[in-house]
Structures are given as structure tokens and as C-alpha cells.
Design a binder for this molecule. Structure first.
Ligand code: C2E
Ligand code: MG
Ligand code: MG
Length: 700
């Protein structure tokens, strides 16, 4: 504890006349004074403020012990030192003036804030006032009374900062009382009111605002995402209860853009990007809802129309995807024009569309719409300068019972559509039970086919092909048969189509290839004179299968055959339906050294463009032309034309289905290279074919 320094003449300020009397000897008055002095001393020594007595020369004469607590120094360390050393250099000049530390400016100073350095290096903020008593002979110094206001300053700043947040935020903030009445609106809330053209903040809040306020206060929990639509915008409010204040604070956010983006995402997820029509998931939702309404007896039976464009692939492949897309958009527009407002037109992808019709007066009504659609779609469309014709095959399925499931209804419509397509397209078919029975039969057939394959019930027959120049056998075509345990030998015409539809053709085709290659290798080894090749049929479905090329390569390697001895027969549908990928695949096969032949030429698209574009080595003229040659001169002329064209494209030509000697002469005359048909030999089982090869016959 520092001792109070003896001031010249007086022990304590303010100097008073009475003090002098004290020195003259103890008497009651003096005792009272002494007590008073002790009292003041104790006051000063225990002051929370700093009382600083500064000499005229600027040195510290006295400083209260409180300095230890406030600035970390003991008074003894400071006494005698330059008083202003502790003041922040930037504040010194102003402090000197304000605290009247200037000896020539006696009197009371004004209050001032200044910083003083703490021993720990931090700066503390003081508020002080100085009294210049330099001219007072009893003091000859300046008394400064300073108070540490650092804590208070910090608190003030904090308050100011906190207050500035809600004011400064761009989000509307409101405060309301327990009844919901608004007590405060921040500038952003006022701004929002102006922007939205409402004159009361209440209009920014939902109808049931008072109820939400009550709920928030009662539960003590916030209520989030309270959305309100105002003037085309969407505000989302958070109700934050302040039970202690009997108030609720509301924090608002303009979520319009976010809502719009979410709505756009939802729309995109439910619509087809090209046509803007609902997509399959959306259609299924609508269909499900329609069936529920129907079940409840609220509506008549809904109908589903499923449609597929005829020849869309041809348009797409020949005129390009761009035109194909335009066609789809045009069809979408026409479809919309054919139905009522409440019906749903959807695009399922590719050239598949579906229509949902509700509140129908009856099946005839659905048929009328299907008819209208067939007519509308069949009208020519002008696209990028092309006049494009397409058609729609439409299948109709009607809900007819409480147990209709949406996917069944769609499947039925799909089945009916296939029927319409199979009947030549550009028409509609109504789904009936028979179709379902047929579908079941197909499923049974698929099971049977798979089982037959597993049991080895398939066999190959071989039909010789001769060179017309020499009359000798130059090849055989492998033709598949099903040796059915009950039904006997079944021709490929009765199972190949189903095998294709069900995918069984892939493993079946692999077996055919392996068997045919193994047989040929055997015959080539056995008969040195038999310089024959093997023709194997490939279906479009096999072309779509990724493992085709590697399987062919593997089979050739396993049999030890030269790829030149294998010929693959494909139909034009492979070229048309396979699109761009078929070209690459055929190129790969050609590169392997395998000849590719176009089977049944003349029955399909017979487009020169296809022949030109793909690496085809030979044509097989369909037997319908060959059989017509005898009676019909035009047919003979046609065969000659095909041969001439094939010559131009450097393609070899085989005449299929030669049944008579006259036909043989005619196809030879027409310039065909090879011939095949019952006249030469029907397809034979392996032992008979082997015998024929051994005999090495000639046909002249
Ligand atoms: P295709 O490839 O055009 O085979 C020729 C068909 O014509 C064979 O019928 C053959 O028996 C028949 N044929 C040959 N010469 C004559 C004739 O002078 N007159 C008459 N009327 N017919 C003749 P098949 O064996 O019934 O085969 C029918 C079709 O089944 C084949 O037509 C082919 O497209 C397909 N096919 C046969 N085997 C396979 C196979 O292993 N895989 C694939 N994908 N299809 C096959
Ligand atoms: Mg063939
Ligand atoms: Mg053929």
C-alpha cells in the first residue's frame, strides 16, 4: 500500500483555511479533522478510479493504488516518472489540452476519452477530467481523475453492432406481440412493403398469423417455412418465439427464385424435353389417379391409347435426327389438337406416345379419337424442305373393372398397338382378351424354346447352293428346325419370329453358328473336292447383341475354318433398323474376311442407298420373283434389272427357290451367279447332305 505523499503545506486537497489550524495543536477540532483526513485518505486509497497528481514539470507526484489493478503498475513504479508516458501517443496532445496539463491554462479541464497502456501491452480506455492547480501554491500541480471505461465501451460497441445487424440485413424482420400485432418492422420489411405495394406489414404475413404466434409462444419452438404469396413473390417466414419478451420475432426470406427453380426442376423431371409433353412417369401418375377416381365411382372408365409412328426410323435415318426431332414435335402438336383439354398426351421416348382419356362416354369415343389421331398423323408434314409422310399405329385399352392396374392397362394398349402395326400400320386396334391369350401363348412359347435349346431339340438342315457356271455345289445354307418330341419337325417360320421377339434367338443363333461351322469343317476335311462355304442366317436381333462379333471370331477359331468359308445372310431390316451401328458392325465382320449377303432381296425396302452404304458382297433374289418368272415377263425383266444393278455395285447374285428346269434356265440367262431351290435339292439333314457332297453331282 503506498503512503500518501506529503504535499507541500497540506496533507489533502482541497486546501482549506481550517487545515492550517490543525497544525497548531491537538484539540477536538483537530481530531475531527484528522478523522476526516483519514476518511478521505481511505476514500482515495480505495477509489476504483485513478486519481493522479501531476507536478508542474509533468512528473507524477501521486497516483492512487487503483492503478495497480487498472494498469498493472505499482504506484511506486510510476511516481517520479513522466505522467503522460502511459497515455497513447496519439491521444497525448489532446489529453494535455483537455486535462489542463498545460501549466499556463489553469482551471477545470473538460472530460476526455484517452487510452492508457496496460503493463500487459493492451490499451485501456479511460474517461478523465483534470483540474489545473499549478497556480495554487498549496498544490502546484494538476489533479486528474480518470475512470476505466473499457468494459462499458466494449458493451456499447457490442450493442451497436448487434443493433446494426437487423437494421442492415436485406431480409425482412418483424416483431409482434403475443396477439400477433406488429411492434417493429426493420428497414428491409418496410422496403418489401413498398416493393409489393402493401401498406401494412400484416399483409406480408399469412391469414392465420395470430394462430402461429400463439403456437410458437406456447410450444417455445420456432415455426419454420411459413410461406405467403404476395404480389407475385413468395415469402417464407420463421416464427422465433421470445417468451421472456412476450414477443415473437419473424425472420422473412424472399424464396420466389428458389421456388421457381424447384418448380422448373419438377417440371423438367416430369416432361419430355423435346416436345414439352408429359413423360412416362408423369403419365403413370395421372393414369393411377384416374383409375382411383374411376374405382371410387367418380368417373367413367378411362382409356389409354398407345401409339407408335410408322416408319419413323426410316425418316430419322435417311433425313437425319434433326428432321426426326422436328417430326416428333409436329406429331406432338397434332396429338394435342386431337384430344380435349382434360386428356393427357405424353411422349414415352423415341416415337412412342400415349394418351389418357377420362370421362369417356364409351369405347366408341376412344375409337373416334384414335381414328382422328390416325388421320391427323397421316397428313404430310413439311420439315426442313422435305415433305414427310408418317402414320400412327394406335392401340386402345379401356379400364374395365376395379382391379385394373395402370401398368396392365398400358401393356394392353401396347399389345393392341403391336396388332395395329402388324396389320400394316396407320390404323388402330382395340385391345381384347384374345390378344391377352395370344400374349400368354407367346410367353409359353418362349419357355418352350428355352427348354428345347437346353434339351438339344434343335437340328440343322442344309440346302446346297450351286454355281450356275459349273453346275457344282459351292456352298450350303444352314436352316434350323425344331425336332419337337410331340409335334415332330417344326419349320423355322413357326418359331424364329417368336425367338426374335423374346430374345431366345441370341443363344439359338449362337448354337446354329457353332453347329454349322463344326459340320462344314468336318465336310471340308472329308471331301477334298468339296470347296464349299457355309451360309448362316442372322436376325436383326442378333445384330443388336454386343457379343456377336467376338462369338463369331471364337467359333471360327474353334472350328479351324477360314473366315472366307463363312457367309452371313441378313435381311434388309438389319440395315434399316440397325441405323449407324449396323454399318460399324458389318465393317467389323467384313474386316474379319466374312462375306455378307442380303437375303430375300426385293421383299423389303430394296433401297439402293442401303446397298451402297454397307459392305455387302452378294444378293439373294427372293423366290417370289424367281417363281414368277415363267408366267410373267415383267418378273423376268425385274430379275434382269436387279442383276444388272448388282453388277454395277459389284455384287454377286443368288437366285432363291428355283423349282423348275425352266426357272433354272431363266435365272442363268438373267445373269445370276448362283442358284438354290427344290429343283436342285430341298434342305437335307446332315447325313443326306454328306452323301450328296460325296456324290459331287452337277446340274446343267
Ligand atoms: P431363308 O434364309 O430365305 O431360307 C430359304 C428358305 O426357303 C428355307 O425355308 C428353304 O427351305 C426355302 N426354300 C428353299 N428352296 C425353296 C424352293 O425351291 N421352294 C420353296 N417354296 N422354298 C424353298 P425354311 O428352312 O423354312 O426357312 C425359312 C426362313 O427361316 C429362312 O429363310 C430364314 O430366314 C429363317 N431361318 C432358318 N434358319 C435360321 C437360323 O438358323 N437363324 C435365323 N436367324 N433364321 C433362320
Ligand atoms: Mg437365308
Ligand atoms: Mg431367303
Amino acid at each position: 500500500m503506498s503512503t500518501f505523499p506529503p504535499l507541500p503545506g497540506y496533507t489533502l486537497f482541497p486546501p482549506a483555511e481550517g487545515v492550517r489550524a490543525v497544525r497548531e495543536g491537538p484539540d477536538p477540532a483537530e481530531l475531527a479533522l484528522r478523522e476526516s483526513e483519514a476518511y478521505f485518505r481511505s476514500l482515495v486509497e480505495n477509489a476504483r478510479d485513478v486519481i493522479h497528481v501531476i507536478n508542474a514539470d509533468g512528473t507524477t507526484r501521486y497516483i492512487t493504488p487503483s492503478v495497480r489493478h487498472l494498469l498493472g503498475y505499482a504506484p511506486e513504479e510510476l511516481i517520479g516518472g513522466t505522467a503522460l508516458d502511459l497515455v497513447h501517443p496519439d491521444d497525448r496532445e489532446e489529453a494535455t489540452a483537455a486535462l489542463r496539463l498545460d501549466r499556463y491554462a489553469p482551471g477545470a479541464g473538460r472530460g476526455l476519452e484517452f487510452r492508457m497502456g496496460h503493463r500487459d501491452g493492451s490499451w485501456r480506455i479511460f474517461e478523465g477530467v483534470g483540474t489545473n492547480l499549478i497556480d495554487d501554491p498549496t498544490v502546484r500541480g494538476v489533479i486528474v481523475n480518470a475512470r476505466d471505461i473499457t468494459g462499458r465501451k466494449r458493451a456499447e460497441e457490442e450493442t451497436a453492432r448487434l443493433a446494426s445487424f437487423p437494421r442492415g440485413t436485406p431480409s425482412p424482420i418483424l416483431e409482434c406481440d403475443a396477439t400477433g400485432a406488429i411492434r417493429y418492422a426493420n428497414p428491409a420489411a418496410e422496403h418489401a412493403m413498398r416493393e409489393l405495394g402493401v401498406d401494412s406489414a400484416r399483409l406480408l404475413l399469412p391469414e392465420d398469423h395470430p394462430r402461429i404466434v400463439r403456437r410458437a409462444l406456447e410450444s417455445g419452438a420456432g415455426v419454420r417455412d411459413v410461406e405467403v404469396g404476395v404480389g407475385g413473390r413468395v415469402l417464407a417466414w420463421l416464427y422465433h418465439p421470445q417468451p421472456a419478451l412476450g414477443a415473437v420475432h419473424l425472420f422473412g426470406e424472399d424464396v420466389t427464385e428458389r421456388k421457381q427453380a424447384a418448380a422448373r426442376l419438377f417440371h423438367d423431371a416430369m416432361h419430355d424435353a423435346l416436345t414439352g409433353l408429359p413423360n412416362r412417369p408423369f403419365f403413370m401418375q395421372r393414369l393411377t389417379a384416374a383409375l382411383v377416381r374411376h374405382e371410387r365411382g367418380e368417373t367413367t372408365a378411362p382409356a389409354v391409347l398407345f401409339l407408335d409412328l410408322d416408319r419413323f426410323k426410316v425418316v430419322n435415318d435417311s433425313l437425319g435426327h434433326h428432321v426426326g426431332d422436328e417430326l416428333l414435335v409436329a406429331v406432338a402438336e397434332r396429338l394435342r389438337g386431337c384430344v380435349r383439354e382434360q386428356d393427357t398426351v405424353a411422349r414415352f421416348g423415341g416415337d412412342e406416345f400415349a394418351v389418357l382419356m377420362e370421362e369417356l362416354e364409351g369405347p366408341a369415343c376412344a375409337a373416334r379419337v384414335a381414328e382422328r389421331i390416325a388421320v391427323a398423323v397421316a397428313a404430310p408434314v413439311n420439315l426442313s424442305g422435305y415433305e414427310v409422310f408418317t402414320g400412327a399405329s394406335v392401340g386402345i385399352a379401356l379400364a374395365n373393372g376395379a382391379r385394373d392396374r395402370p401398368e396392365y392397362l398400358l401393356r394392353n394398349a401396347d399389345m393392341a398397338m403391336y396388332r395395329a402395326k402388324g396389320a400394316g400400320g396407320a390404323r388402330y386396334e382395340l385391345f381384347d382378351r384374345a390378344m391377352h391369350a395370344q400374349a400368354l401363348a407367346r410367353l409359353q412359347m418362349e419357355t418352350d424354346l428355352r427348354r428345347a435349346l437346353g434339351r438339344g431339340e434343335f437340328i440343322l438342315h442344309y440346302q446346297p447352293i450351286i454355281a450356275l457356271s459349273s453346275g457344282r455345289i459351292i456352298g450350303v445354307e444352314a436352316l434350323c428346325r425344331w425336332q419337337h418330341p410331340q409335334q415332330g419337325l417344326i419349320a423355322p417360320g413357326d418359331f424364329i419370329a417368336t425367338a426374335e421377339e423374346t430374345g431366345v434367338i441370341v443363344p439359338l443363333g449362337e448354337w446354329v453358328l457353332e453347329e454349322a461351322c463344326a459340320r462344314l469343317a468336318e465336310w471340308r476335311r472329308e471331301f477334298a473336292h468339296a470347296r464349299i462355304a457355309m451360309s448362316v442366317n442372322l436376325s436383326a436381333r442378333q445384330f443388336a447383341h454386343a457379343g456377336l462379333v467376338s462369338h463369331i471370331r471364337g467359333t471360327l477359331a474353334a472350328s479351324g475354318l477360314n473366315p472366307r468359308h463363312l457367309k452371313l445372310e441378313l435381311t434388309e431390316s438389319v440395315l434399316v433398323e440397325g441405323g449407324g451401328s449396323a454399318g460399324a458392325l458389318l465393317g467389323e465382320l467384313k474386316a474379319l474376311g466374312i462375306d455378307l449377303q442380303l437375303d430375300d432381296f426385293g421383299t423389303g425396302y430394296s433401297s439402293l442407298a442401303y446397298l451402297h452404304r454397307f459392305p455387302i458382297a452378294a444378293l439373294k433374289i427372293d423366290r417370289s420373283f424367281v417363281s414368277g418368272m415363267e408366267a410373267d415377263n415383267a418378273a423376268a425383266q425385274l430379275v434382269r434389272t436387279i442383276v444388272g444393278m448388282a453388277r454395277g455395285l459389284r455384287l454377286r447374285v443368288t437366285a432363291e427357290g428355283v423349282e423348275t428346269a425352266a426357272q433354272l434356265a431363266q435365272v442363268r440367262d438373267a445373269g445370276c451367279d448362283f442358284a438354290q431351290g427344290f429343283l436342285i435339292s430341298p434342305p437335307l439333314d446332315a447325313p443326306s447332305m454328306r452323301a450328296l457332297l460325296a456324290a459331287d453331282p452337277r446340274w446343267r
